[in-house]
Ligand binder design. Structure first.
Ligand code: HEC
Length: 152
């Protein structure tokens, strides 16, 4: 009898251990720095309505910060695009085509602009750039939407 009860005890302990580790795995979000906002870019809601004013403000920022690479009309043909392709073998995205390689929701575009895009980080994010606040980046999202493919 003694053997049976010690096996039972072992099984019970193992079961408890498995349960406990399953719980703690469920609670934490791996890959996120402590305190990082665990907001899903896909469902992040654009708080800035795409008014004419917002789109115009976004265009002003775009012309200054983005057109060197993405081109004056967003076609991916800015003056720096050829150099990026040659040196880094990365193609500067055409922002007006049907294809979004890094997600097509406003939130995903916003996070790309904020944190940078692509594995090689050819495109640096604007996060922390002096004078740039979230609203500026949402304005740019609204501008890009205004020149990009219309949602179907
Ligand atoms: C130094 C050049 C450079 C600058 C400046 C730059 N980008 Fe980019 N951008 C790129 C490259 C290169 C990619 C594609 C990266 C890849 O595929 O690795 C890209 C990708 C993107 C994408 C993703 C497109 C898709 O199809 O999913 C968006 C959106 C974007 N850029 C917006 C912007 C905005 C807005 C600005 C200005 C704030 C900007 N970029 C500034 C080079 C640049």
């Amino acid at each position: 009898m003694q053997n049976v009860s010690s096996i039972t005890k072992t099984i019970l302990i193992l079961t408890l251990f498995a349960l406990a580790s399953a719980c703690s795995r469920g609670e934490s979000s791996p890959g996120l720095a402590p305190g990082a906002a665990s907001v899903n870019p896909k469902t992040l809601v654009n708080p800035v309505p795409p008014t004419e004013k917002s789109i115009a403000a976004g265009k002003r920022r775009y012309d200054r910060l983005c057109s060197d690479c993405h081109g004056p009309d967003g076609k991916g043909d800015g003056t720096m695009a050829a150099a990026l392709e040659k040196e880094w073998k990365v193609k500067t995205s055409d922002l007006t085509d049907e294809k979004w390689d890094y997600g097509s929701t406003d939130g995903e575009i916003f996070v790309g602009i904020r944190d940078g895009v692509g594995k090689k980080q050819a495109m640096k994010g604007l996060n922390g750039k002096p004078g740039i606040v979230d609203e500026d980046m949402w304005n740019m999202v609204n501008y890009i939407r205004s020149i990009g493919p219309k949602p179907k």
